[in-house]
Design a protein around this ligand. Sequence first.
Ligand SMILES: Nc1ncnc2c1ncn2[C@@H]1O[C@H](COP(=O)(O)OP(=O)(O)OP(=O)(O)O)[C@@H](O)[C@H]1O
Ligand SMILES: [Mg+2]
Length: 500
Amino acid sequence: MMADFTQLGSIMAGVMFVLAIFQQWLPAELGHHIERYFQRLASYVYPYITIIFNEYQVDDFERSVAYTAIERYLSAHSSGGAKRLKANVLRDGKTVFLSMDDYEEVTDEFKGIKIWWSSNKSVPKQNVLIASEDDHEKRYFKLTCHRKDRDVITKLYVHHVIDEGKAIAAKTRQRWLFTNNKRNSWSGIIFEHPSTFDTLAMDPQKKKDILEDIMTFRNSKDYYTKVGKSWKRGYLLYGPPGTGKSSMIAAMANLLEYDIYDLELTSVQDNTDLRKLLIRTSNKSIIVIEDIDCSLDLTGQRKQKKEGDKKQDLILKKEKDNKKKGSEVTLSGLLNFIDGLWSACGSERLIVFTTNHIEKLDPALIRRGRMDMHIELSYCRFETFKVLAKNYLDLESHELFATIGRLLEETNMSPADVAENLMSKSATRNAESRLNNLITALENRKKEVRLKVEEDTRNISEQSGESVQESDHDTSDAESSDAGTSDEESSYAESSDLDG
Ligand SMILES: Nc1ncnc2c1ncn2[C@@H]1O[C@H](COP(=O)(O)OP(=O)(O)OP(=O)(O)O)[C@@H](O)[C@H]1O
Ligand SMILES: [Mg+2]
């Protein structure tokens, strides 16, 4: 069948070719008339239709999405039938997929209908003196099917091929972790962080809320269009060191299959460069600024501007000086980056800030709409510990859990430290000895904190000349509360879990 079809197709193509030559000598009107007549005649004899999918659309620099999807689909479904294959190596340099070579033909079947696919290219004319922009090799896929199946093919099959091809491409797609370099562009490596929402230890309800928020965002394209907002969402992750902020960003990227752009603000020269970097990010990505409080002196610039002319002048002068140096991004530049007009140039994007000190940030930077959800990652409590115990020890319960639960309520230890204590340096140590290891570490931490409080209290009372009686009273108070007694720890001890 394929042979008949090809022969017939070749004859028709030959006749069309001859006709094209003769048309040059005929008056245009007559030439078109003959061509129309011939095509009508051909449609009676030749019962097939063809659809062409070009690799590049006219005036388009990017490869056509449909062409790429068809390539992936055919490589997965039909390229076994092709005799000559092309090996395509993906950007990671490791993954290889095979697609049919030029002028190869394969068949496919859909709802009992046979479809012929061929891979072709149009070669530029050899004997032209002045080559035009269009004179280069143009590849295209040609789909051929019987005329009677036209509706099924155009309405169902083509969509089926493109959707499936995209799904195959998404499965094999490598994700990238980019960071900005001194040349003001992004350099990337393949992102292979193992963190997922399953391995992330935190309060289960809080985790559920975050997951719901992310999934709602992902599925809300139409909603964002309807309300006239660009399709992006901001998350502020805050909490002490080692509580899982970076791990959560990795988990988000793995869940959504997005690339990460880790923006090092201190290497960005000025607001213009910041904008350029933004424009060069792709859709389906997470733009991250870690430790936003340390990245720039962004604190209070806006607030100060409103206070009196003198101060405003000083600030303007400072900004001017900074501009001269060409090395400063300002708060307003960053705000524009997040939600100015340019920020709408892409879609399906998360912007994530992390900080250890939320109180240091300018409220304008983290207001809702910019940072839509504020997520606190805090010290390890029992619920968090249970996830770590499951991940690290494969344990869901143990008689030592109760002691650990009590100690975790009394002492602030980050999940990173708890995890470290659960990981044995010697492979022979069993789960129980690792739990005991953690208990010892927690008790030591508790003792250290108590000693530190006693020392601090002694120092304060010595300095202020307070009575020994008062000092004793303070110490006993501190002992009874026990947890979170250093400055940094106490600022996190009471704050609410999830604001967003
Ligand atoms: N909530 C958590 N769940 C699981 N593992 C965690 C968690 N928090 C910390 N860890 C472990 O500790 C390591 C350090 O955590 P991570 O880098 O995510 O902390 P961070 O909050 O970003 O700290 P920093 O503020 O110092 O950047 C991780 O590689 C992970 O193994
Ligand atoms: Mg971090």
